[in-house]
Ligand binder design. Sequence first.
Ligand code: URA
Length: 434
Amino acid sequence: MNFKDIIIKKRDGLELNQAEIEFTVRGISSGSLPVYQIAAWAMAVYFQGMSEMETEFLTKFMAASGQVLDLSRVEGICVDKHSTGGVGDKTTLVVIPLVAAAGVPVAKMSGRGLGHTGGTIDKLESIPGFKVDLKHDEFIGQINRIKAAVISQSGNLVPADKILYALRDVTGTVESRPLIASSVMSKKIAAGAKGMILDVKAGSGAFMKNKDEARRLAELMVKIGKKLNREMVAVLSCNDQPLGRAVGNALEVKEALDTLKGAGPADLTELSVILAAHMLMLGHKFTDFAEAEAWVKKAIKSGAGFAKLQDIVSAQGGKLRWEADDYGLGTAEWVFTVTAEQEGYVRNLDAYALGNIAMNLGAGRKKIGDIIDHKVGLEILVKNNQPVAKGQDIAKIYASSETSGLKAQRLFSDAYTITDSPAMDEPLIWDIIT
Ligand code: URA
């Protein structure tokens, strides 16, 4: 087979067959195809799209391009969760212990943050001693013992995606529905769980800025997952403003712990409860959603979810001071405030801008390999449509230096507006696809 012919076929809008897609994926993961040809192919896909059948083949061959996790020794129906990424999204830290507390096993492989969004592994590494690399036997053993483990994505999981994603990132071809769907779903399929919930975000802080695009992506991923014998649910949620109040690793861990104690922000609590309840349905613990939801709320009230997170942290070597206000996570040296210059209602808190401010403080990476500062970030005290008085604190900035803190303070002032009246609150969860 000649890869140039495959590129031309796609460029001309024709459907690739199974053999051509298999050849492409093999060539990407083996390194036998030159990057300029892969980039040209990705651009052809970007403009011409792919049929569902092509996307399904692409997902399947990408998933099989490296290690496939064997969860056959896990007792029970293993469930997984994936977020397409948003600012302030720490739901994994809340949801996993709640699901595990109900006895449904969660084998979670998570990623690191890149750019304006954070990653669960970076958040967990703000816990002193927390190990994110467990051997396969340790991983399975911990899941069977306490029903959950969270590890960093194995280097050999879906190597084709690693190469393709890095190329897409620098060739303007990330924003392609079939390429995003196959990238996400191949990793989820290789990670082995039977039931999956996808949190597909739309808004300024998300990949998909537009709700229609997010819905079409969610529908495509649910279809592909079902064809590959997975039980699937997608929750469509909004990330125009950050989720919760905290943006930055240690600050987000603290907020997740507070949420498990019933003292978290309303939006983070609402989304976490819905995601966890659907995961309990996917794990066949409940057949009635209202019962699942009631169970999750009770597990927050009783502290069962918080106790389960303590188990997970201890099992993975993490050391926190559970009684301390900051759980022993510590905070950055410099703290600045952003204050309201007039009275009114906060509007248009821009998740993308705030995510970038946090990244520039050191909470995220501009490029792979950058070192994270776990203690820096933002605490948003007043969210969209809430009233403020002149001079009231709207946010706190936690910085490692005076210079970076003052810069963040200046930039934060351009990332929201104050108006005379509030707008209608956008629903946080705007649809669920099953
Ligand atoms: N997340 C992924 O894993 N892949 C994409 O292509 C986009 C977001």
